[in-house]
Design a protein around this ligand. Structure first.
Ligand code: G4P
Ligand code: NA
Ligand code: NA
Length: 194
């Protein structure tokens, strides 16, 4: 997505060769019209899939799930990260190990909001190690719903997330795919068509 690549080049801040800050327009302050365009693009890419629900994880996937849900005229659901204390049997849950934070946390969704009839598109802001996205895919599988694919706003192709998802046979589309980055220099590669 050309517009997104331009914004990353202009406003992204490279913190290391692995971490990109996009707080100014995607993650902390959100450019609402850019988020709307991102939602439209995910809706267009997966238009033939008869999606009934968009799924993401709090916090920074929410604005893109909402935009995609609006574009598809379907609800979105976000997995919560708070510890599942008394939720017990009423939730689908998965453990996610965060490499960036060095900790394992639970993500959960109340069972009422994912059903075997659902055709689910997962969206998130970053495709990095893939840990969170694999956790969401496990939750969809447990619910009996059909996972039609994943849409990621920014992918870092030099991390292992893509491989983990593709080895499960899940179609992935990323809107900006970063091959390498250093201050003043971000290199993108094109997405493969579905
Ligand atoms: P992932 O590939 O499944 O996202 O998992 P990973 O454990 O690699 O990423 C951990 C968290 O860090 C995720 O946010 C992810 O979106 C974020 N992240 C990964 N790489 C980058 C990066 O280069 N820049 C920024 N800004 N974030 C990155 P999260 O734990 O889900 O937290 P939240 O921010 O959504 O609340
Ligand atoms: Na995220
Ligand atoms: Na994040």
């Amino acid at each position: 997505m050309k517009l997104l690549e331009e914004r990353i080049r202009a406003e992204g801040r490279i913190l290391s060769d692995k971490v990109l800050k996009v707080d100014a327009f995607l993650n902390h302050q959100v450019d609402t019209m850019l988020a709307v365009e991102i939602g439209r693009e995910f809706a267009r890419l997966f238009a033939h899939e008869h999606i009934t629900k968009v799924l993401t994880i709090e916090a920074s996937g929410i604005q893109f799930a909402m935009a995609t849900g609006i574009a598809l005229n379907v609800p979105f659901v976000y997995a919560k990260k708070k510890k599942a204390v008394t939720q017990g049997d009423q939730v689908y849950a998965a453990s996610v190990h965060s490499f960036t934070r060095g900790e394992t946390y639970q993500v959960s969704i109340v069972k009422d909001y994912l059903n075997p009839e659902d055709r689910v598109l997962i969206v998130d802001d970053f495709l990095a190690t893939g840990a969170a996205l694999v956790g969401l895919a496990d939750i969809v599988a447990e619910s009996g719903a059909t996972l039609v694919g994943m849409g990621c706003v920014i992918e870092k192709t030099f991390q292992e997330g893509r491989g983990l998802i593709e080895e499960r046979g899940i179609p992935v589309q990323s809107l900006a795919r970063i091959v390498s980055m250093s201050p003043g220099q971000v290199e993108f590669t094109a997405e493969k068509p579905l």
